[in-house]
Design a binder for this molecule. Structure first.
Ligand code: ADP
Ligand code: NA
Length: 324
């Protein structure tokens, strides 16, 4: 029985990339494990957010977690800012980190590039993420490939703290799926699919309408070879669609490539879109039933209470080790 922790930022509605790379595994990992899932709103505010919008995104994300199969009877679901231990251990992790290693994080470099005034929270995001994970003595963290570097830093910080002050934290391992860990933008398939892409056609959101999903996939950038073949280097667009198709339909890449021998991209894209729609539709139906229910707040309140009782123990242990 492993302890699992992961989080998603309420910066928008989760994308197909968030789902295929991470959230899909959250539900399956519930079998035989102790899972804790978080709406990481304190991470979201490292860049400015509209208060009304983030409030609505928090609510939608909670409903989506449940619609995607998180069972509140088996797993803990809560909002980060409702458990103050995150910010408290986050501070301790900041004091455990070095400026140089934080400045080397690729997410920090990407998000601060070209900014006149860089919010300090962008730099200290990874120590807060380390605190999120370490508070629950986590064994396994299901994430997409873009979080691998932050996980490595988390391990470095845990080891540094444990070596200096005694064994307080469990060493966590990343759980990065073999396929789907990096779903690419539909418009520029050499970039990862991202919530914040200015080109709205580049990103599929999990609450997009059927019409929008079809439109976005039909206009996805491909190549002019007209052969459905998997090659991430020379055919990033088609390979990305193949990954999406395979994950949404449960059909292997080899089978798909064989099936589309001698067929054009038009037919292929129609079928990719259909696979995405049939996977997403039941999630959207469950979401529509959940979003209005009063149950949601109760689940989050109860989740925060349960999370707090675990997190508080680790925080107390860390503070005692530090002598504060
Ligand atoms: P984002 O990176 O979209 O702003 P988060 O940081 O909240 O969103 O990420 C939530 C989870 O989704 C993380 O585990 C992250 O690694 C994963 N993820 C994000 N983008 C992708 C992608 N394009 N492909 C696969 N996984 C992704
Ligand atoms: Na991310």
């Amino acid at each position: 029985m492993a302890k699992i922790f992961s989080g998603v930022q309420p910066t928008s509605i989760p994308t197909l990339g968030n789902y295929l790379g991470a959230m899909r595994n959250f539900a399956t990992l519930q079998e035989g494990n102790e899972c804790i899932y978080c709406i990481v709103d304190e991470h979201a505010i490292t860049v400015p957010q509209d208060p009304k919008e983030i409030q609505s995104n928090i609510h939608s994300l909670a409903a989506l977690y449940l619609a995607m199969g998180i069972d509140p009877k088996r797993s803990i679901l809560f909002i980060q800012s409702e458990v103050p231990c995150h910010a408290q251990l986050g501070w301790i992790m900041q004091c455990t980190s070095y400026m140089g290693e934080l400045e080397r994080m690729t997410q920090f470099k990407d998000k601060s590039k070209g900014k006149q005034a860089i919010p300090a929270g962008l730099l200290t995001y990874p120590p807060l993420m380390a605190a999120d994970i370490l508070l629950y003595q986590t064994d396994l963290v299901p994430v997409g490939a873009d979080q691998k570097q932050h996980l490595e830093l988390t391990r470095d910080l845990a080891e540094r703290f444990n070596n200096k002050y005694g064994d307080v934290f469990t060493m966590p391992e990343p759980y990065i799926p073999p396929v789907g860990a990096r779903i690419m933008s539909l418009a520029e398939p050499t970039k990862k699919m991202s919530k914040s892409d200015a080109n709205r056609k580049a990103t599929i959101f999990t609450l997009d309408s059927e019409k929008d999903i079809i439109k976005k996939i039909k206009s996805a950038t491909t190549d002019d070879e007209a052969t459905v073949r998997y090659d991430r280097e020379t055919k990033p667009g088609i390979s990305n669609l193949l990954d999406i198709f395979s994950l949404c339909s449960g059909t292997s890449l080899d089978e798909l490539v064989a099936k589309y021998q001698g067929k054009g991209y038009g037919e292929f894209k129609t079928d990719v879109a259909e696979a995405v729609v049939s996977m997403i539709k039941p999630i959207q139906e469950r979401y529509n039933n959940l979003i209005e229910s009063k149950e949601l707040d109760e689940i989050l309140d109860e989740g925060a209470d349960k999370a707090y009782s675990i997190a508080k123990k680790t925080l107390t242990k860390a503070e005692a080790a530090l002598g504060i």
